[in-house]
Design a protein around this ligand. Structure first.
Ligand SMILES: [Fe+2]
Length: 230
């Protein structure tokens, strides 16, 4: 017998190893951003600090992050190649990138990055006890009985006798410092709740894909230099 798992949702998990001094500089730079937050009232007590909501959404323009972003680009190319996309046929633009910082029970609620195609999360500072990232299913392809996989009573009553990879409605990915994840921007994701963070720092970003050549191509965004600003 074999089980065929059809239509997967792929996330790449890789390592980016960067000199400790450069990492220290990036951490200090992010700590300065936190001190200079421009919208402190927006952050609730249980929310992580997210740079994109505090006036720091273009971290890729900061030279101290250049080396990291070069490595992120390499991982992103591996990711699109895994999906069977030819990186010679598309241009990728990072349009936003920001840090997140979590202390104590602070968390990031489930969300999507709706304005882009590919997103990443790199873990600049993470203890094993700090929260992991979670992905949430929205399609429930295997859920033969509607509502079964999220039913508390079905689980309590033993109808769903075990949670596994094939019936999970959410999955947390074990993350270590220096890990990077690249995933579809449309994936619903957040951080694990009820964890105690000790200054966990991640860097997130969004990438948009544009066709290098739009001739005879119907679906993709055409090259930006052919756009006409109204
Ligand atoms: Fe996110």
């Amino acid at each position: 017998m074999k089980i065929l798992n059809l239509f997967p949702s792929s996330v790449i998990q890789d390592k980016i190893l960067i000199n400790q001094n450069i990492k220290k500089e990036m951490i200090e730079e992010i700590e300065t951003m936190v001190l200079n937050s421009k919208n402190k009232d927006d952050k609730g007590d249980q929310d992580s600090w997210t740079g994109d909501t505090q006036g720091f959404e273009y971290i890729f323009k900061n030279k101290k992050f250049s080396l990291l972003l070069q490595e992120i680009k390499k991982t992103t190319i591996k990711y699109i190649n895994h999906l069977g996309i030819d990186d010679n046929k598309i241009d990728m633009y990072m349009n936003r990138s920001w840090a997140t910082v979590s202390y104590g029970k602070e968390k990031i609620l489930p969300h999507k990055h709706k304005q882009s195609h590919i997103s990443f999360a790199y873990y600049l500072k993470k203890n094993p006890e700090d929260s992991n990232i979670m992905f949430y299913d929205e399609h429930f392809q295997n859920e033969i009985i509607p509502g079964l996989f999220t039913s508390r009573t079905a689980r309590a009553g033993g109808v769903l006798k075990e949670m596994n990879f094939f019936n999970a409605s959410s999955i947390d990915i074990k993350i270590e410092e220096d890990d990077i994840l690249v995933f579809p921007s449309k994936s619903l994701h957040g951080t694990q709740p009820n964890k105690l963070n000790s200054g966990r720092i991640s860097i997130s970003g969004d990438i948009v894909c544009v066709a290098k050549d739009s001739e005879l191509l119907e679906n993709m965004m055409p090259p930006i230099n052919n756009w006409d600003k109204l």
